[in-house]
Design a protein around this ligand. Structure first.
Ligand SMILES: Nc1ncnc2c1ncn2[C@@H]1O[C@H](COP(=O)(O)OP(=O)(O)OP(=O)(O)O)[C@@H](O)[C@H]1O
Ligand SMILES: [Mg+2]
Length: 335
């Protein structure tokens, strides 16, 4: 394990951190940290912190150190990365890992520098950064080194990015700083408005995952949820259905998909015909929403396909990029 963990592909996301090493995903944890409020001492990281969310004592706060795909809390990001690096290198004290990290397309140089520094201070011997859509394309196995155009659409938790790639680079791309978390918010608001019921973020996310869809399903799903009555303050149970979720998330979903539409509008005609033939590949956790492929096919006008395991695709790409030095040489200068 010590040896294998030397080259790490890291998808540092708003919602999840995924790490790929030695040909497989070795870590998959929520991007969350629990801290004591006064001394800012870390008490839990990753899944453990997530499990505390909404049920922690008052001297503790549970937070996400990234927001909309970029670092919002620098020190906490560093602490989180250090914990994850140690976790996968086990007890063996090897030299710090070489890491490739994903950054959202279109981030500022200040935001990039923050990621680089956080990784190095967390123990990385060397840290490289590449844009998430490029890494997602690589992880999806798209032939991006050829002159043909390939399109990727990464639907993350905090940001969504679409890009057309050719000859190892991004030809056009667009990103919106919204993703799955925005859909969760929309579900929270919908249920509050319609049922005067207050639910938390974890409940909203599980509604989306368990019964949610981008478009109406042939067979409606439903689930019982508990919340707190907005007026009386007491707990109450309601049943919610797929078509309600479809309605709740319609607006933010449209905004997210707008990123793909705007990329296609800007794509040079030579490449656009390739995209029409090959379609767009969907990655990121949002690609797992039921019917999202169909929805994008219909609204963007090119066939959409999700990768096999969309949530880990960018981390796989980051690992591959690091293993392929010649790829690095070709792509790094354009970053
Ligand atoms: N089955 C599912 N259906 C719909 N959404 C899902 C499903 N599974 C996970 N998600 C959503 O995917 C999002 C997380 O995806 P991902 O791990 O790709 O994001 P991230 O990389 O952390 O974020 P970003 O790239 O924006 O920084 C969450 O909003 C989560 O709710
Ligand atoms: Mg991501």
């Amino acid at each position: 394990m010590g040896m294998l963990s030397r080259k790490l592909g890291v998808d540092l996301g708003t919602v999840n951190v995924m790490i790929y090493a030695g040909g497989q995903i070795v870590l998959q944890e929520p991007s969350m940290v629990a801290l004591t409020i006064e001394e800012e001492r870390v008490v839990a990281v990753g899944q453990e912190a997530r499990d505390m969310y909404g049920r922690h004592p008052e001297h503790i706060e549970v937070l996400r150190p990234l927001r909309d795909g970029v670092i919002a809390d620098y020190e906490v990001t560093e602490a989180m990365l250090r914990y994850f690096f140690r976790k996968i290198s086990g007890r063996m004290r090897v030299r710090g890992p070489e890491v490739m990290l994903s950054v959202p397309y279109g981030v500022t140089s200040v935001e990039k520098r923050a990621v680089h520094e956080a990784a190095v201070r967390a123990g990385a011997r060397e840290a490289y950064l590449l844009p998430e859509p490029l890494l997602a394309a690589l992880g999806a196995g798209l032939p991006i080194s050829t002159p043909a155009g390939n399109m990727i659409f990464n639907l993350g938790g905090g940001a969504s990015e679409a890009a057309v790639l050719a000859m190892n680079g991004i030809v056009v791309a667009d990103s919106v700083r919204m993703g799955g978390m925005r859909l969760d918010d929309a579900i929270i608001n919908y249920i509050r408005r319609k049922y005067s019921l207050v639910i938390g973020e974890p409940t909203a996310e599980s509604i989306k995952i368990q019964i949610g869809a981008a478009t109406a399903l042939p067979e409606e799903l439903s689930m019982e949820i508990q919340g707190r009555d907005q007026v009386g303050g007491l707990p109450r149970t309601i049943t919610i259905t797929t078509s309600e979720v479809v309605e709740a998330i319609e607006e933010p979903l449209q905004a997210v998909v707008g990123a793909a539409q705007s990329v296609l509008e800007k794509t040079p005609p030579e490449l656009a015909s390739d995209i029409i033939d090959r379609g767009v590949v969907l990655t990121g956790g949002g690609a797992m929403l039921r019917g999202i492929d169909e929805y994008i096919t219909r609204n963007v006008g090119v066939p959409a396909y999700r990768t096999e395991d969309p949530m880990v695709t960018a981390a796989v790409g980051a690992g591959r990029a690091l293993e392929d030095i010649s790829f690095l040489r070709r792509t790094m200068p354009t970053m």
